[in-house]
Design a binder for this molecule. Sequence first.
Ligand SMILES: [Zn+2]
Length: 479
Amino acid sequence: MSGRQLLDGVLVANELVHFKTKEKKECFLFKVDFEKAYDKVSWSFLRFMLLNMGFGDLWLSWMEATVFSSKISILVNSGPTKELLVERGLRLGDPLSPFLFLIVVEALPVLVKRSLDLGEFAGFNINDVCNIDILQFDDDTLMVWDGNRKSKKESLWWRDLLKLNSDNADSNAAGISKLFHWKLGKGDRIPFWFGRWLGAEPLCAAFPNIFDAVENPKAAVEELGNWTDSVWHWDIHTALILNHGVEHSEIADLEALLAGISLNSATLDKPCWPWDSCGYFSVKSCYAKLLQGQDASPIDPSYKSCLNVVWDSLIPQKVKLFGWRLLRNRLATRDQLIRRGILEGDDNCRCPLCNSAAESSEHLFLRCNWSVRIWADIWGWLGILPLRNNASTNCRSHFLSTFHALNNKVGKGREVSVWLATCWCLWNARNGIIFNNETLDIDEILFKIKMLTWWWLQIGLNRLNCNFYEWFKNPLNFL
Ligand SMILES: [Zn+2]
């Protein structure tokens, strides 16, 4: 690209960090690493980008011939296996690949631009004319945003974290720093009265009467005493306003508490995370702390076996993950989006299929009129009686009862794929309506469910020897 140099990105990043340190501004840097970037380029997405960037028919036909028609075979004992169809990946070493890769990653700045326009994201302002949001060089990406900008939609995780500081429940980020306890070193960084360095609460709360008489409430620990012949001596009296009438017994209590504690001029004061044995913050210890006192009942065994069946089934990884999220009620249905503060009360929270009831995974997958129709058809197809579906049925119990109903007829958890395919197709239909303005087509969904299960089992089980037509007519003959 004319006017651009190879080092531009590095220089901008370097200058940015320098600027924010010099100006004492807060900024958030997020370095993205693409895992196996070239291998994972989806051809359908590349095609989509090429079309949308206006590449001509001739060029597209060249791409079809050179990139999208590749096949691979694997060498086993020096002989090539049957050729495999590929749907993704750019060849390393092909001079064309870097350019195609750039076209694919160009989608990210477009998405960033869109969230900037929507106000969901704010880049880092250097001045009125210069703003940085994303820096990209090939597969290296650095996202930059303003660390001071308070989002009105705080994440659930952040809100939980704030709850830890229960005596200051609605404070902001400053609350978190109060969770840290200080480990005494030189004593120059710790506020004597406000810091949590001696016991669970700050000394201003433990000794309120003495604190009232203090001349400098913001004094650091090192100001409350002195070194004499390399021995540290505490001196509370000189820190107090004269004749303020503090009980001697109270001062004696404080002195007793301080007795035996000495500063250490060789080490720095260090903040310590109190719930970790080494004093370091870790998400694990924080999570354990958050769970404390909540009813963190152990996962019940039927539920656990239910998840294991999903992991062991013969379906693509992304559908397994989808199933796991569904059974743990972690899908981003609209009720969950409200709970996480992503949608707000006045946003549309109705089910996109029927557009009447509020959307939850129970409604979307079990109770919506459209999904009820789909399940009825699928059960008819599998030759089992419709399952009881009352107000107390949730996705998990529905999954288990489908599984048990089928398990008497067939074995080895293959039937799980039918249940998951049904939910997966409903979920995709729902997303199609929301994001692509598609319309609901029940027959198409039913066809997709039957086709996907046939396809998954065909790949997962070498024994499923039937064509799609036979499968479509009577799946139980082949399961
Ligand atoms: Zn509905």
